[in-house]
Design a protein around this ligand. Structure first.
Ligand code: NAP
Length: 208
């Protein structure tokens, strides 16, 4: 599949692009700066320039699936969180609809399905993720929503806990998140599903 990766230059996004290459897909890395292009070209991945705050139509031509892995990050204010994590994600969903891209995988966050229970400091972030996820669910696309726990830069283990709901707010490596997302892209049973994701014992390659 030719897969548009939004947020490709991010720490999870880079793993997603390389896992897509490893599994025989054709990633198209959406980046917002020309300086970011060579990193992807060197691994034979296509790139397209796009900023979620502007027009992004150019990224959606000849695309079979979208993975949304962008986010404004922890150092910005609530305004940017709403602009990128919420409105940027909603814009990407609407563009997928407009361009007939049926498959959409959203990198969300654990607890985005219950933002009202979050501590005040991160409630706006979880509400932004929540609204984006709810928009995707209603969009009529073949969606999968992945809500990981706290992300680490540890090496991937190839094993995770992927469930509709996980009770403990555990950790997971960014590499394992990326591998799980790429796996779910082509698992028919993952369509119209939302999952929590933390480290665990389930082999990613066995996810059905
Ligand atoms: P990251 O390294 O900060 O990557 C975020 C990416 O989004 C960056 O590549 C950034 O582009 C891109 N981006 C930001 N604003 C954009 C815009 N206006 N247009 C296009 N792209 C834009 O984050 P990460 O560690 O990979 O995590 C990915 C996401 O996982 C987070 O954003 C968060 O929503 C979610 N998450 C995080 C945690 C956690 O523990 N940190 C837990 C659960 C879920 P640049 O490279 O150009 O800056």
């Amino acid at each position: 599949m030719r897969v548009l990766v939004i947020g490709a230059n991010g720490k999870v996004g880079k793993h997603i692009v390389s896992k897509l290459k490893e599994t025989g897909h054709e990633p198209v890395a959406m980046v917002r700066d020309t300086d970011q292009v060579p990193f992807f070209e060197e691994q034979g991945a296509a790139t397209v320039l796009g900023n979620l705050e502007n027009e992004i139509d150019q990224a959606f031509y000849n695309i079979d699936a979208v993975i949304f892995a962008a986010g404004s990050g922890p150092d910005t204010g609530a305004d940017k969180t709403i602009l990128i994590d919420q409105e940027g994600a909603i814009k990407a969903v609407e563009k997928a609809k407009q361009f007939g891209v049926q498959r959409f995988v959203m990198l969300s966050s654990m607890a985005a399905d219950r933002p009202e229970s979050a501590p005040t400091g991160i409630r706006h972030y979880l509400f932004a993720k929540h609204r984006a996820d709810e928009h995707l669910k209603q969009a009529g696309l073949n969606y999968t929503i992945v809500r990981p726990g706290a992300l680490t830069n540890d090496e991937g283990t190839g094993r995770v806990t992927l469930k509709e709901h996980v009770n403990n707010f555990g950790e997971i490596s960014r590499e394992d998140v990326a591998a799980t997302i790429v796996r779910l892209l082509t698992v028919p049973g993952a369509e119209q599903k939302s999952y929590d994701l933390v480290s665990g014992d389930q082999a990613i390659e066995d996810i059905r």
